[in-house]
Design a protein around this ligand. Structure first.
Ligand SMILES: Cc1cc2nc3c(=O)[nH]c(=O)nc-3n(C[C@H](O)[C@H](O)[C@H](O)COP(=O)(O)O)c2cc1C
Length: 248
């Protein structure tokens, strides 16, 4: 590849992000940042602020990641929903390991990344059916004809299946629906000049006041170090979080 790739560098000029300005409700921060990213959707920042990377892990420990589209945000539950084929690679991996990670990159005026890590469950059929019915007919047909992630010898097989479909009767396929990640971790990253970026993470606490996200705590220096650096906050739904700054 061209040597120029190593020289690609954008200087982020955003201001500092003080932890206390994020308050006690990480989902309110998500909603505010998402709204700004949507409003700024331009050629530079990308047209789809709801595009996100979804990473899953197979039973043998192999990770895989792909882009999907955020279709619902449940602020009270700190949950994020996308729709997909339920026999796809991502869905198969989630069937054996329900942990997943989501990541958004909004390179607008204020460059921001948000990460969410948690557990994923399928969305109920009625909700999936309502969303499916709201999709354009081409998208419904696409979902109905594709056995997502399977090998296929020729594209013409998909075209043949499409031609065989009656567009007036495209029901929710059995193997299609929503997946919903409930976040135990939410990290807000803001780019700053000189690469010393700001990272503020929220770690959901259980009833005993301990964080669920063991691997995040381990990477951050262990429970004692994180507890010492963290401020405990309670969001409007009554969920307790540690809000803590991470080194960039
Ligand atoms: C911007 C963008 C958005 C996408 N949104 C979705 C989506 O919402 N659902 C989906 O199943 N695939 C979506 N895809 C396709 C996925 O990236 C992926 O190819 C597909 O889901 C199969 O992934 P898997 O085999 O790892 O399960 C999108 C791709 C792009 C580039």
């Amino acid at each position: 590849m061209d040597d120029d790739v190593a020289r690609l560098r954008v200087e982020y000029a955003a201001g500092p992000l003080a932890a206390h300005t994020l308050g006690s409700d990480p989902m309110a921060v998500f909603v505010a940042w998402f709204a700004l990213a949507r409003a700024a959707a331009t050629a530079r920042s990308g047209p789809e602020a709801n595009a996100m990377t979804a990473a899953t892990v197979a039973a043998d420990g192999t990770p895989s990641a792909r882009m999907v589209l955020l279709k619902d945000v449940d602020e009270r539950a700190a949950a994020f929903t996308w729709y997909t084929n339920l026999a796809s690679r991502k869905a198969n991996e989630l069937a054996t390991n329900d942990r997943a990670a989501l990541c958004w990159w909004w390179p607008g005026e204020v460059p921001r990344q948000v990460r969410a890590v948690g557990r994923v469950t399928p969305v109920d059929r009625a909700t999936s059916a309502a969303y499916f019915a709201s999709r354009p007919i081409e998208a419904r047909i696409g979902a109905a004809v594709s056995h997502q992630s399977r090998a296929v010898a020729h594209r013409s097989e998909l075209d043949d299946r499409t031609a065989a479909i009656n567009p007036a009767r495209v029901e929710l396929p059995d193997d299609w629906g929503g997946l919903r990640l409930v976040a135990d971790e939410l990290e807000f990253w803001q780019g700053r000049t000189g690469r010393l970026h700001d990272r503020i993470t929220f770690l959901r606490l259980d009833d005993a006041g301990e964080p669920y996200a063991a691997s995040a705590v381990a990477s951050a220096g262990g429970a004692a170090a994180v507890r010492a650096a963290a401020t405990e906050v309670t969001d409007p739904a009554g969920t307790r979080w540690w809000r803590v700054r991470l080194e960039p």
